[in-house]
Design a protein. Sequence first.
Length: 447
Amino acid sequence: MRSSFIAYRRTHFVAFAVASLAAGCAGVDASALDENEGLATDVSIELETTDTTCASATTLAGLVTCIRGQMPRKDSEGYIPPSETQRAELRDVVSSMLNGHCGFALPAHLDGVMSLSRFTDGENGKTYCVLMEVEDADTDGYVDRGFGTFIVDPTASRELIQEAPHPLADAETEVEAVDVFKGTNSRGYLMCGAHRLANPEASTCDPDYHEADCAHDTSTMFHAAALEIDAFYGGRPHHQIQWHGMADETCASVSAYVSHGLSTQPPAGSVATALAVAAVAHNPTWVVANPGSDTCTLNATDNVQGRLLNGTAEPNVCTTAATASTDRFVHIEQHRDMRVASSWLSPVAETFPIPAPTPPTSLAATPGNAQVTLSWVASNGASGYRVLRSTKSNGPYSAVATGVLTTGWVDRNVKNGTTYHYVVRAQNALGTSVSSSSVSATPALGY
């Protein structure tokens, strides 16, 4: 069945593809989108070329709308699960992006399938790093695999990842999530690459779901990215927030439902509780509930990212539910009228205040010929770094680089035979961290 999906898509879905791409890139009113389908109506138009890079987009919302327009649709059989090699390569790319790098060559099995580039939002002037799928070898208006999108803000101050695991199916959540990402100065944005019902094949995790369902299958690029995000932070505070939508008749007594991946009431002081309270404070007509309220059963207990973040070992996330909350996973279900980013910006910002930047750790200096290469582990809350240098072990130190966005820097203004001492400080809107531990290196010929 899978071998014939391209012909099937061409025969039955080209009109949808063209219409969706036109809608995504031309700014068609979002009301044209149906809860379970990409478009409510079919528009047949001629299209000589398709630009899967979405080069005409000028804002993040426009970019995501365009990407959404070229995703594999429901029942299209247009989703192709990535190979183990591709998932491993994507993890490497995600790690580099979170460390502030962008514009580098993609690994062999992603090259040509995806693109990595910088994107400047025309509204706020900020530049983001965008990894997105671009290959459309059959030129049918859809990307060929449904791998998804990952965006990083290297100048972010909140260690939040805003996620849209069910684009198209949970209408407008993909745009809502990217607008929250942008409006709250979050670190990352992660979007699944296909409709959750794109293919009939069952999830390898749970036969009640389909293989393209990013919240319920571990073989997706989405889950690979979530794994790497969690590994990148390690024990450092961070949160992955998933934005979902529910039908009008589902959990009808509430406007939105904020869970932590368990069916029990969130612990006192949890971010799920705080976000629900803040959402009502800023939207007084809303009813927002948490698990334990007997108002809704959409607790995300079988969400594989929720299980992972709540402490279930990765090999077991398909079969073993979490038993306790780590407070790192937030799952938001909303009725249609609540899927507006502006209604959530203040609640999210208040629930997750910008932290004072922590000092960089694991600073290392590697000498070379007339250069010293520095590297360090990222600081929480860092929107940039300041590198200071001295020729004396106890200082004083003077700044040699400011506004560094990566977790590494090369000092080429050095002389061979001289020993240099370095410290690094993290910066954000709240100020500058104390210095990291110092390291030293002596550049010389022969390296």
